[in-house]
Design a binder for this molecule. Structure first.
Ligand SMILES: NC(=O)c1ccc[n+]([C@@H]2O[C@H](COP(=O)([O-])OP(=O)(O)OC[C@H]3O[C@@H](n4cnc5c(N)ncnc54)[C@H](OP(=O)(O)O)[C@@H]3O)[C@@H](O)[C@H]2O)c1
Length: 250
């Protein structure tokens, strides 16, 4: 049986990349999917003609948007079954160039935002016995030069995954994470702020370092988000599944 049929799912940061791929897969599984992002246009394009998809413009770094998003979804759909904290901020930030504002920006999206969204979602997830999937990175548990704050923010997200899994196990809410490796999205350009040339050079280095010799596709990662959200994973909680072509074991 398809355990996701008619489940109501929120995916943050789903106008492109991994979140978009997960939204499309979930809609194929007949879930009702609410996608978010800061810009309306890519979300409109994504939901157009797809009756199972809807969108709410919301910034994962804005605390007011967390409650507004959950309230809107409950008003519109009457329930919440799955929260996917996918929106992420990245920064190549050597410590000698770091400022409080730059560090806070990364943590606002990757740590504070998911925390407030989980807080607002939990009463509704308790009602449905729902679950949470957080999207982390290989660098949430593997060291990398000049990525200390991005990496530490994802390490925090991974550890919150384990702590929340314990905190909500009595409520039948499962909490897991997918840690993605380098994936073909606009993350290097748009989130890490690299030029086309710099991004291509990083991609070439990554291809050489990844044991399976390729960067991931959004769908490689999205498939595991969907599996963890589904009943296939109904005895899995507090786990971080790394989907990275083996990079984390090098
Ligand atoms: N791609 C990789 O190589 C990689 C590797 C490891 C982990 N990850 C993680 O995977 C997740 C998804 O990454 P991705 O590469 O698929 O992302 P992406 O393609 O760079 O962005 C996906 C969407 O997120 C939205 N977004 C960005 N900041 C947001 C915010 N503050 N609030 C709401 N939406 C926001 C963007 O739309 P707007 O600009 O309109 O908001 C965009 O459409 C992130 O958590 C990232 O850290 C990615």
């Amino acid at each position: 049986m398809n355990s996701l049929k008619d489940k109501v799912v929120i995916i943050t940061g789903a106008g492109a990349g991994i979140g978009r791929a997960a939204a499309l897969r979930l809609a194929e599984s007949e879930a009702r999917v609410v996608v978010t992002g800061r810009r309306a246009e890519p979300l409109k394009v994504l939901v157009e003609g797809r009756t199972r998809l809807d969108f709410v413009v919301a910034d994962a770094a804005n605390p007011d948007d967390a409650t507004r998003l959950i309230d809107t979804v409950i008003e519109r759909w009457g329930r919440l079954d799955v929260l996917v904290n996918n929106a992420g901020a990245g920064a190549i930030l050597p410590i000698e160039q770091a400022s409080l504002a730059a560090i806070a920006e990364v943590f606002a999206v990757n740590v504070f935002g998911p925390s407030l969204l989980v807080k607002a979602a939990v009463p509704h997830l308790k009602a449905t016995g729902g679950n949470i999937v957080n999207v982390s990175s290989t660098f949430g548990h593997k060291a990398a030069a000049a990525l200390s704050h991005y990496a530490a923010s994802k390490a925090a997200l991974e550890h919150m995954t384990r702590c929340w899994a314990l905190e909500f196990a009595k409520d039948r809410i499962r909490v897991n994470a997918v840690a993605a490796g380098p994936t073909e999205t606009e993350f290097l350009r748009e989130r890490m702020g690299l030029s086309e040339e710099q991004a291509e050079s990083v991609k070439a280095q990554e291809r050489r370092r990844i044991p399976l010799e390729r960067r991931g596709l959004p769908d490689d990662v999205a498939a595991w988000i969907v599996l963890l959200a589904s009943d296939v994973a109904n005895w899995i909680t507090g786990q971080v599944i790394t989907v990275d072509g083996g990079l984390s074991i090098t």
